[in-house]
Design a protein around this ligand. Structure first.
Ligand code: ZN
Length: 445
């Protein structure tokens, strides 16, 4: 890969409070896909090439006036096998939806060819929509899970992937044969991922119990040991509904709080990605903060299944890591900008219920959650999430000047307005090019 220089408008999140906008700046990417410089003091790409050593022969891209460079979007929770079910099944509650739609489709991936067809389409589409990183939940099958990892590697998408482990509480034959088999299969998927991408340049393995009601103590303990000994991330659901909590504490006796259960099995640590976290006790919130486990907030899914409203403001105030997820297919869209919009709306409903605008998430907070926030939940914030020097170049070229649904009339010179227009009105048409690790992974031009 040759070195590259991008010149033009550059927008990224610096913190929960700050969106940094450079009307004109140069971003230099070295031959390894790493950001070497961010220089706002040059007038064009050529000047940047001359000024920075090693960039004399860089490939230069100058953005058009209504384009900007933005960090790749990071989806902290998506169920890959449920991709064909998007927009289906909003009638039931969580349990009815799982039993009617989710169990049958996840079980159907014993047909590995189906995994190849679905994942091939899904990963390409996800990249086109700007999701440069996704924390994927897979199904119970080893082969289908490995196909998912192979497909992400093939198309150049960054991903967290693990085999789903289910022993109890499921329907439609959607469960593992035995605790021993379940753990053995989880290990096979980790081994496969470590073999195809030993440096974790893109694919990161995880252990993945579906949640408290589905993985009995033996499996939880086994997965916790794997995660601890082999330093893998954990993906799991937590406190999605009150029924979820009741079922969990019934299967795992002796615990008062959901977090105590996960913690006792070594499943609650910095690499834990916990979806939903709606019905948390004060103790749960303290545990999340103390263990540095992260929360994947899935506003769309939580609304569709009427699970409840995740109290993001309370989590942020407590110092808990929060990112955004699409939760396909309980959420009907895998477009991360939709996740931002829905997170904004849920926070506004909380403000209305509590008669307190403090619950509202600000625009800088929403942008942070979908990029740096998700990155910190996945513990890759030292690698991606914004355009800091030393990070990997995972980025989008966004074009707000196309004939799509963005109406920018009169706001052409207002950089923040262009960003807001894109975040709230844009669709995948406005994402012109997508880069991961400095490599162009999809382009519409
Ligand atoms: Zn989920």
């Amino acid at each position: 890969m040759s070195s590259q220089v991008f010149f033009g408008r550059l927008i990224h999140s610096k913190s929960l409070e700050e969106i940094e906008i450079h009307k004109q700046a140069a971003l230099g990417i070295d031959t390894n896909g790493i950001i070497a410089f961010l220089d706002p003091d040059v007038k064009n790409a050529e000047e940047a090439c001359k000024k920075h050593s090693g960039f004399a022969d860089a490939k230069c891209t100058t953005l058009e006036p209504l384009q900007f460079l933005f960090p790749g979007l990071i989806d902290s929770h998506l169920h890959a096998p449920q991709w064909p079910n998007l927009a289906i099944g909003m009638e039931g509650n969580l349990r009815e939806w799982v039993e009617t739609y989710t169990d049958p489709i996840e079980a159907s991936y014993k047909d590995t060819d189906k995994a190849r067809r679905v994942y091939d389409e899904m990963v390409q589409k996800e990249l086109e929509m700007g999701s440069t990183t996704v924390a994927y939940n897979s199904s119970i099958q080893v082969e289908a899970t490995n196909v998912l990892a192979d497909t992400c590697l093939k198309y150049g998408q960054r991903a967290v992937i693990g085999k789903l482990c289910i022993l109890t509480g499921s329907t439609h034959d959607n469960w593992d044969e035995s605790p021993e088999q379940s753990l053995e299969d989880a290990q096979k998927c980790i081994d496969h991922i470590r073999k195809i991408d030993p440096e974790e340049s893109l694919i990161m393995p995880c252990v993945k119990p579906r949640g408290g009601p589905y993985a009995p103590p033996k499996v939880m303990a086994g997965l916790g040991a794997i995660s601890h000994e082999q330093k893998t991330r954990v993906q799991a659901h937590m406190c999605e509904t009150t029924e979820d909590i009741t079922r969990t504490l019934k299967l795992h006796t002796g615990f008062e709080h959901y977090t105590d259960m996960y913690k006792s099995y070594d499943m609650l640590h910095e690499g834990s990605i916990l979806a939903h976290c709606i019905h948390l006790s004060d103790h749960d919130i303290e545990m999340l903060r103390d263990t540095k486990a992260g929360v994947a907030h899935n506003a769309n899914s939580n609304t569709c299944l009427r699970d409840g409203e995740c109290r993001v403001r309370q989590l942020l105030k407590a110092g808990v890591k929060v990112g955004l997820g699409t939760d396909c297919s309980a959420g009907y869209s895998t477009f991360m900008l939709d996740s931002i919009r829905q997170a904004s709306n849920v926070s506004r409903h909380l403000a209305m219920h509590n008669d307190d605008d403090e619950w509202m998430l600000s625009f800088p907070e929403l942008v942070y959650l979908a990029t740096l926030g998700s990155a910190s939940v996945l513990t890759i914030n030292d690698k991606v999430g914004n355009f800091e020097v030393g990070k990997c170049f995972d980025a989008l070229i966004v074009d707000t000047g196309l004939r799509d649904c963005i109406n920018i009339a009169g706001w052409e010179d207002d950089d923040l307005a262009l960003l807001k227009k894109w975040v709230f009105m844009g669709d995948d048409r406005s994402i012109q090019k997508v880069f991961v690790n400095g490599k162009l992974v999809t382009s519409k031009v």
